[in-house]
Design a protein around this ligand. Structure first.
Ligand SMILES: NC(=O)c1ccc[n+]([C@@H]2O[C@H](COP(=O)([O-])OP(=O)(O)OC[C@H]3O[C@@H](n4cnc5c(N)ncnc54)[C@H](OP(=O)(O)O)[C@@H]3O)[C@@H](O)[C@H]2O)c1
Length: 358
């Protein structure tokens, strides 16, 4: 991989950077769409940022919006009201600058489009959308409106991951020949949960594979081709999948994601002169073991601020404060290329969602 094409290090992950909670400019007023698991985790980190104002939250339920607003100190909470969705009421609030979309992925397109239509900057959870066509439409809308838009691949903003990219592209491991990365757990057998529900964009590919893929992209870039195997549920979403990414250099990456197997959640990058392996979890590594041929393996350890979402939140804040429309670390072209790759994988696995026919 040409080091020029490597994932750009965000200022918050440069060695010696100030804490990601330290202000970088004028305060931004945030809206949060949804009150589920990740909405609560990320909002907890958002509350740590010196230049974040927790302005409003939306839910389908007025009660849940009120409870969430009270818990984190938002000024306003919007639930569905008559014919108006709670999220639309959030978008109609003129005091919201930027919206964090934390609904299931099946609803990312609809909610994010409403935010862009209302003139808000947007941070959207992964998977950004269900397919590349939806992603392209959002990217075009953001460009037309001159608004910031980014997929919340928080892993790309961590100091530990950026240290891994530095090591990999320094040549200390030689030429990178293969990457192996996995993520999975045995998901509860509740077929109504978003993990399994086709209407929510259920399945391991859209929920998990972005993290193993991040290690392939950071080490080798986008592949020349992909081949996939997987097992589908009776509702037609993938219970697990394995991808083989091939590169023109002869390198390859093997990625596994599963809702039916407990996995170590690790990444290994192997080169002609040595290897690197994660400790902690591959989406949030707290350790890197580096083994250069002929030397003792050594371990580097990393501290994190908050629940580790502070770094992506700092980057979104900085970009908006500086008038950027995209983060150089998580550009929309990478999101589009990822969804094109996932469209290809889904065609191979036979997974289709209602959004594909919309
Ligand atoms: N970055 C990360 O580390 C991370 C971790 C987990 C998940 N995620 C991503 O975050 C998203 C949400 O995951 P989650 O684990 O937070 O799910 P979750 O706990 O099920 O929460 C999703 C929330 O979205 C709202 N919602 C549900 N169905 C909806 C619908 N049909 N229309 C509009 N809103 C709806 C609900 O809030 P109300 O009831 O208040 O409307 C629900 O609480 C997914 O895209 C997932 O991939 C990211």
């Amino acid at each position: 991989m040409d080091p020029q094409n490597r994932i750009a290090t965000p200022p918050c992950a440069v060695p010696g950077a100030p804490s990601p909670v330290a202000a970088t400019g004028r305060p931004l007023r945030w809206g949060v769409a949804a009150t589920g698991g990740i909405a609560a985790k990320v909002t907890g980190d958002l509350a740590l940022l010196e230049d974040a104002v927790l302005h409003a939250v939306s839910s389908r339920s007025a009660d849940r919006a009120a409870v969430f607003a009270e818990r984190f100190g938002f000024t306003a909470g919007y639930g569905d009201d008559g014919g108006t969705a709670g999220y639309q009421r959030l978008m109609d609030d003129p005091d919201v600058d930027v919206v964090y979309v934390a609904t299931p992925h099946g609803q990312h397109f609809e909610v994010s489009r409403a935010a862009l239509d209302a003139g808000k900057h947007v941070l959207v959870e992964k998977s950004f959308t269900i397919n590349a066509a939806e992603a392209l439409e959002l990217a075009q809308l953001a460009a037309e409106r001159g608004l910031f838009l980014m997929e919340a691949v928080w892993t790309r903003f961590l100091p530990s991951i950026n240290r891994a990219w530095d090591l990999i592209h320094s040549g200390v491991l030689g030429e990178i020949r293969w990457v192996q990365a996995d993520l999975g757990f045995t998901a509860p057998d509740d077929r109504t949960s978003r993990l399994w529900d086709p209407a929510a964009g259920g399945g391991a590919l859209l929920d998990l594979t972005v993290y193993p893929l991040t290690w392939a992209l950071g080490s080798l870039g986008f592949p020349a081709s992909v081949s996939a195997v997987g097992v589908l549920s009776s509702d037609g979403v993938d219970e697990q999948n394995a991808l083989m990414l091939r590169y023109d250099s002869g390198a390859y990456a093997q990625l596994s994601s599963s809702f039916i197997a407990s996995c170590p959640a690790q990444a290994t990058v192997s080169g002609s002169k040595g290897w690197l392996k994660t400790g902690g979890k591959l989406h949030d590594p707290t350790e890197l073991t580096i083994a250069v041929d002929g030397e003792e393996p050594r371990v580097e350890r990393f501290e994190q601020v908050g629940a580790a979402y502070t770094y992506e939140l700092r980057e979104v804040t900085r970009c908006i404060q500086e008038g950027l429309r995209e983060s150089p670390t998580m550009p929309l072209d990478d999101t589009l290329a990822t969804l094109r790759l996932f469209d290809d994988v889904r065609a191979q696995l036979g997974v289709r969602y209602a959004n594909d026919d919309a």
